[in-house]
Design a protein around this ligand. Structure first.
Ligand SMILES: *[C@@H]1O[C@H](CO)[C@@H](O)[C@H](O)[C@H]1NC(C)=O
Ligand SMILES: *[C@@H]1O[C@H](CO)[C@@H](O)[C@H](O)[C@H]1NC(C)=O
Ligand SMILES: *[C@@H]1O[C@H](CO)[C@@H](O)[C@H](O)[C@H]1NC(C)=O
Ligand SMILES: [Zn+2]
Length: 701
């Protein structure tokens, strides 16, 4: 997931659970498919009720607003009644249960009001969703500052007679949420906290606005852009005097840095890109100061600890340890990789100094030389239906599940399909998922999983999980097979991993059965599943030549994909670690010289390569500034654990259902209610380690 994208997801609110790059989906089991295509869209037939679903599908704009108001009124009633309980009469039954039940029952209704914003074809509906979301958010925000409720919950915690560890955990989280809003502080400090939050929000908005408003570009002649394909040049604007405009947006910058043969062009683009929005540096500095003050007010040593404290990593110092161990252990490998690139540059451009602006270009050159792989050819093996049925098969076999399409289910668009998920051995219904995978106008432009109804079991009332997977694939139309690019295939399996994880969660409180609770933890299973795209046994299940799907993908191609994945990975990782360390450092000390820090850190992490003069990620890399502040490390974190689990448990036997079931029972099922490190250690039968991750990065060139 890119940081720009992360940003956008943040903005789109609680609704979007998780996203990846771009990817594909559609359904499966050829027989089912044919039948459903005939049956499911006969409009006049009465739609089938979906047993156990409280999600309301295809509401009109006015229904959405009415529902939102009803949710708010009802929620206020419950809060008021909990608040009215005398402090000496509090019990789990009269405090925790009503609050947990309210959350669990309301969540699918809230989502019914909000998720159409991503998928509806009607602009009126999308507008109503935005308004409903605004009203609900504002209500939630008010509730999160209710001192009367905080006092009641505190009284309950003081008493401590819980019936289950989940209840205890829930009480702890409620208190933590209130206290992160400052409710344990005296009024003056609480007001300061509010001021700081407002200030941070305003600065963030300013930062993003500057980035979005940035219209700067560079001009180059065709010769200066040698190496870029004609299709790319064709769509560039020109200045009227024969020069092409390269904007400083990533869709122009990345191809230029990767493909342009002219070193001076790459350097000019890299420098301009790294300097854009310089006005953002003082904004970020102010933002960091405010964040530190906020963290201090709330009793944390620094902002990084505030951001990490409730996540799996636990503390900023653990994050530093991990990043430094990885970086240190990869230095030799990265140096070997860099030597290859330097040599290539010498051959191609003579005795010019190798700079960071050369990395992407020479990594691509080296890969093209070393690995025989044409992604255009590879794509011919991934018709969307086939990929999806393969992914279904992998997940069903591995985790002991059975998927079944529901014909005639009510949906919001004729492209959408609904599936039931059953436990293979007992036949019990475990949950549902919707697939809405084809692109259309007005639809959310990324791949993501949306939680529609979290699993829960409260006071004997059970809700089963319902997920929605959204993506943007080309539809299969006469003569044109819908084909997926390989990264889309990987991404689809990743996202589908989130769906499975969500549906296999058995926590009894909705808070713990979602996908958001601990972002360090939640990405691990999905990342792990990506490995099935690189093993020939499993890759064969999700591929087939589109003109003759019995023709499986060649073992050589699979081998090449695997090599491509690991090639130059130490160097690429070092670069990511540089940003993660930068992000961690600026958020752990109050007064840091942002410019000086980057200059110092760059050669230290990147094997002596100096930063390009005047560039600084602080001005234009929104991830570390907004959305992922102090948590950029999380991507590497989840990959480390995913690598260990795959290597220790699955790599020898990709389809071992016994191991898969253990994973389902020990990791998916308890989900957010147990300590993640404990869950993983239990499953692994040992302490997790970084070794497998390091090994995966060092068997290249
Ligand atoms: C490599 O990682 C280990 C932890 O697995 C750590 O103890 C060691 O210090 C690291 N080596 C270097 C050179 O950083
Ligand atoms: C959704 O509702 C609208 C009107 O409210 C209706 O015209 C449309 O057919 C419905 N869509 C589906 C897929 O049921
Ligand atoms: C359900 O899961 C979603 C997504 O992970 C989460 O954002 C939401 O807060 C959860 N719902 C409740 C009621 O906790
Ligand atoms: Zn993910």
């Amino acid at each position: 997931m890119s940081s720009d994208q992360g940003k956008r997801e943040q903005r789109s609110g609680r609704l979007v659970a998780l996203t990846g790059g771009a990817a594909a989906v559609f359904l499966a089991l050829a027989v089912n498919f044919a039948v459903s295509a005939i049956n499911s869209r006969s409009r006049n037939r009465k739609k089938r009720e979906v047993r156990g679903s409280n999600v309301q599908i295809n509401l009109t704009a006015s229904e959405i607003l009415r529902l939102a108001d009803r949710i708010i009124a009802q929620s206020k009633k419950v809060y008021d009644s909990v608040a009215a309980i005398p402090l000496d009469k509090v019990t789990c039954a009269n405090v925790l249960l009503p609050l947990a039940e309210l959350e669990g029952q309301h969540f699918p209704l809230v989502q019914s009001c909000v998720f159409p914003k991503l998928v509806s074809t009607s602009e009126d509906v999308r507008k109503a969703c935005a308004e409903a979301e605004r009203r609900i958010d504002s209500h939630v925000s008010t509730c999160s500052k209710r001192e009367d409720i905080y006092r009641v919950v505190k009284a309950l915690v003081a008493r401590g007679d819980y019936m289950s560890s989940e209840e205890k955990c829930f009480a702890k989280i409620l208190v933590q949420d209130f206290e992160r809003n400052g409710l344990n502080l005296p009024m003056t400090k609480r007001e300061e906290l509010q001021r700081l939050k407002t200030q941070i929000d305003e600065l963030s908005m300013q930062y993003i606005r500057n980035l979005n408003d940035d219209q700067s570009y560079l001009l180059f002649t065709e010769i200066e852009l040698a190496g870029l394909p004609p299709e790319f040049l064709k769509v560039l604007d020109e200045d009227g005097k024969g020069k092409y405009k390269i904007s400083l947006k990533s869709h122009h910058v990345s191809p230029t840095l990767e493909l342009c043969k002219v070193g001076s062009t790459r350097k000019a683009v890299a420098v301009a890109y790294g300097r854009r929005c310089e006005a953002n540096i003082p904004i970020l500095e102010k933002m960091i100061q405010s964040r530190h003050r906020l963290a201090r007010l709330l009793g944390y040593g620094n902002y990084a600890d505030y951001a990490i404290n409730h996540r799996m990593a636990g503390s900023s110092s653990k994050v530093f340890d991990l990043l430094e161990d990885i970086s240190g252990n990869l230095s030799e490998q990265a140096a070997r990789e860099l030597a290859i690139l330097r040599e290539l540059k010498k051959q191609e451009e003579g005795e010019l100094t190798f700079g960071v602006e050369d990395l992407l270009y020479y990594v691509k050159r080296a890969r093209d030389q070393q690995i025989d792989l044409d992604f255009g050819d590879v794509k011919q093996y991934f018709p969307v239906n086939l990929v999806l049925s393969g992914i279904f098969k992998i997940c069903q076999d591995l985790f002991g599940l059975r998927f079944e399409i529901i014909e005639d289910a009510e949906v919001w668009h004729s492209d959408v399909e609904l599936f039931s998920v059953f436990d293979l051995s007992s036949g019990d219904l475990m949950g549902y998922f919707y697939l809405d995978i084809y692109s259309r106008e007005g639809k959310y432009a990324h791949t993501c999983v949306v939680a529609l109804q979290n699993g829960s079991l409260i006071g004997g009332r059970k809700l089963i999980p319902i997920a929605l997977l959204i993506s943007q694939f080309e539809k299969e139309v006469d003569g044109h097979p819908g084909l997926l690019r390989f990264p889309e295939v990987v991404n689809l399996l990743h996202e589908f991993g989130h769906v499975v994880q969500y549906i296999c969660n058995r926590a009894s409180i909705a808070r713990f059965s979602g996908l958001r609770l601990d972002p360090d933890f939640v990405e691990i299973p999905a990342r792990m599943l990506e490995n099935w795209c690189y093993e020939s046994l499993s890759l064969k299940l999700i591929s087939g030549f589109h003109k003759d799907i019995t023709k499986a993908i060649d073992d050589n191609i699979c081998e090449s994909l695997k090599r491509w994945r690991s090639s130059f990975s130490a160097l690429r990782l070092k670069q990511e670690i540089l940003y993660c360390l930068f992000d961690q450092i600026i958020h752990s000390t109050e007064d840091v010289d942002i410019q000086g820090l980057y200059k110092h850190l760059h050669p230290k992490v990147l094997l002596g390569l100096p930063a390009l003069e005047g560039t600084n990620p602080a001005s234009s890399f929104p991830g570390s500034a907004i959305g992922f502040e102090a948590t950029c490390y999380s991507r590497i974190w989840s990959e480390v654990f995913a690598a260990d689990i795959f290597a220790s448990k699955f790599s020898v036997d990709l389809f071992n259902q016994h191991t898969g079931m253990q994973f389902r029972n020990k990791v998916f099922a308890p989900g957010g209610e147990k300590d993640p490190l404990q869950l993983l250690s239990d499953f692994l039968g040992k302490e997790p380690s970084i070794q497998a991750f390091l090994d995966a990065k060092s068997d290249s060139c």
